[in-house]
Write a protein that binds this ligand. Structure first.
Ligand SMILES: Cc1cc2nc3c(=O)[nH]c(=O)nc-3n(C[C@H](O)[C@H](O)[C@H](O)COP(=O)(O)OP(=O)(O)OC[C@H]3O[C@@H](n4cnc5c(N)ncnc54)[C@H](O)[C@@H]3O)c2cc1C
Length: 308
């Protein structure tokens, strides 16, 4: 991992910086590259614009590691109200959220109640899936266990798995029998060296292998396979592999983040692949934004440009 990436990931976890950096106007301005605004209304407007191009969305209200259970209830209520608004506006929007936003550090039982309230309402009103983001490795096993518990009662739940972790291919094989919806990503956190692929090329390879295994194992199961990446080489590799195996475009899906490679997003959707754009919003954007900078440290120049 490069030094600049390490520093940015360290900054994403630093409480002193978290309290100060978001107050700078030039940083606030730079964040707009990755999110249409802090409000849900701004996110809904952006989703509407994408829908005109035939692109459905995934929403995430930014925030993580809350410290009071009352904050978790507020997040739950936010998503419950959002589902009504999405239903009223007849938009195709799924939700993806972090368990630590729903109280995972405080009470697993309360988190379960909060999550199942959201997943039940999404099924009833929208008939779609609610995804669980994957956070740092401190939560991997607990998140997978939580997901299996949810899946026993709620078929419309999905989980994200990270290709940089050595364990992920095994996790996919373990989860397949639960008829999962799995979103594979490379992984965005600062992790101990002994549990991850250290070189980027190995992470990319593992993403491909995980994608291939997920596609291979989905045939006799009800598996939803989502590949969330902006890596064009990797996307091409996945497309070629599925074509070689006679798998139709409709059997898997790509996802990308709002503001990154927008023309590629439109092109993929236009070519008939299933595609969703993930739109983030909310005031607690600092750690999330720092992880976006860490993914491409050159983004720092964009922040500095706003300073001048
Ligand atoms: C829909 C979605 C959901 C996600 N959910 C999670 C999650 O739950 N848990 C988790 O750990 N991670 C999550 N991520 C983030 C993911 O782990 C990666 O950190 C992120 O997607 C960057 O990796 P990449 O696959 O695009 O490949 P990279 O090799 O990092 O990037 C490929 C190319 O894409 C472009 N690019 C990538 N990132 C940026 C950026 N920030 N700014 C500008 N250009 C960029 C660059 O041109 C780069 O060369 C999610 C990503 C997406 C798209």
């Amino acid at each position: 991992m490069s030094l600049s990436r390490n520093i940015l990931l360290w900054m994403s976890e630093n409480r002193w910086m978290k309290e100060r950096i978001p107050k700078f106007g030039f940083v606030k301005k730079a964040v707009k590259k990755f999110m249409p605004g802090e409000t849900e209304a701004a996110a809904l407007d952006a989703a509407y614009q994408f829908s005109l191009a035939g692109i459905p969305s995934v929403f995430t209200k930014l925030g993580e590691n809350i410290t009071q259970i009352s904050e978790a209830y507020a997040v739950r209520d936010h998503y419950l109200r959002l589902i009504d608004k999405v239903a009223n506006r007849k938009l195709d929007i799924e939700i993806s959220l972090k368990l630590t936003q729903l109280g995972f550090d405080l009470s697993e039982e309360e988190t379960f109640k909060n999550f199942t309230a959201i997943v039940s309402k999404a099924k009833e009103k929208l008939g779609n899936t609610v995804f669980i983001d994957m956070e740092s490795s401190a939560y991997t096993q607990r998140t997978i266990d939580f997901y299996k518990r949810v899946k026993k009662e709620h078929d419309n739940a999905g989980i994200c798995l990270q290709a940089y972790l050595l364990r992920t291919d095994q996790d996919i094989l373990d989860l397949v029998e639960f008829n999962p919806a799995i979103r594979i990503v490379k992984g965005a956190y600062k992790e101990p060296g002994d549990i991850v692929f250290k070189r980027k090329i190995l992470v990319d390879d593992n993403f491909f292998l995980c994608a291939r295994d997920l596609m291979k194992n989905r045939s006799n199961k009800n598996v939803r396979a989502v590949f969330a990446t902006h890596d064009e080489k990797l996307i091409k590799r996945i497309r070629e592999e599925t074509e070689r195996n006679g798998i139709q475009k409709s059997k898997y899906e790509f996802q990308m983040l709002y503001g990154i490679k927008t023309s590629l997003q439109k092109q993929i959707a236009k070519e008939g692949y299933r595609f969703r754009v993930l739109i983030a919003y909310g005031e607690s954007w600092y750690p999330w934004y720092m992880r976006r900078l860490a993914e491409r440290p050159a983004n720092i120049w964009f922040v500095l440009k706003n300073l001048f």
